[in-house]
Write a protein that binds this ligand. Sequence first.
Ligand code: PXP
Length: 238
Amino acid sequence: MAQLGVNIDHVATIRQARQTYEPDPVAAAALATLGGADVITIHLREDRRHIQDRDLQILRQTVPFGLNLELACEPEILDIACHARPDQATLVPERREEVTTEGGLDVVGEVERVRAAIAQLSAAQISVSLFIDPDLAQVEMAAESGAGAVELHTGAYALASGQAQEAELERLAAAGRRCVELGMTLHAGHGLNYHNVIPVARIPQMCELNIGHSIVARAVFTGLKEAVADMKRLIDNS
Ligand code: PXP
C-alpha cells in the first residue's frame, strides 16, 4: 500500500497572504500526522512564496521521521537542505513565474547538475528522489544519475479525461515498472485529488503519493462551518 505524503505548502500560502503567523504549517504537520500522514512534504522555493526557512527548521525538530523537502538544484537551497537534513529530498524544477511546479525535472538534459546535487545530498545522508515526467528516457537517466527514488509527475494524468486519461495512466504504470526494474522506489504526485487518486494508488509498485492542494482545499470546507460557528458564538456571548 502506498504511503501518503501530505504537502502543507498551501497552509503557508494562506499565512503569507497576510505576512502573519497563522495558519502555522508546523501545526498543520501535527494535525496531518494525527490524520494518518506518513510523510510531511514541503517545498522551500527560492522565492519563499510559501514555506519559510523557519518552517523547515522547526519541522525538522517536530517531524521526527518522514520529512520530505522539495527543492531545486540551486546552491543556496541545497546548502540549507544539507544543514537541515530532512529524511528525503525531492529535486524539482523551479521557475519564478510559475504558479506551481509545472513539468518534471529534465534529468536527460541536466544530468551533471542533477548528479552533483544527488552527491551533495547523499553525503549529508539524505535520500534523494527526482520529480520527473513519466517518460522512459527520464526514468533511465534518473537511475544512471544515482537517485534512489523517482516521483512521477501525475499532472498530465490529472488534467486528462476519458481515453486520454487511460493513456496517461498507462504511461505512469509503464514508467513505474521500469523504475522498479532499475532498483528505484516509486513515488507519484501533483494534481491528485479525491476523484482521481485511486487508479494511481493501485499501480502495484507505488510506494508514496504526495498530495497537497486537494487536501488543503477540502480542509477549508470541512472546517469552515465550525470556524464560523465559533466566531458567531463569541460575538453572541459578548
Ligand atoms: N509533488 C511535487 C514534486 C510537487 O511540486 C507538488 C506541488 O507542490 C506536489 C507533489 C503536490 O501537488 P498538489 O498540490 O497538486 O497535490
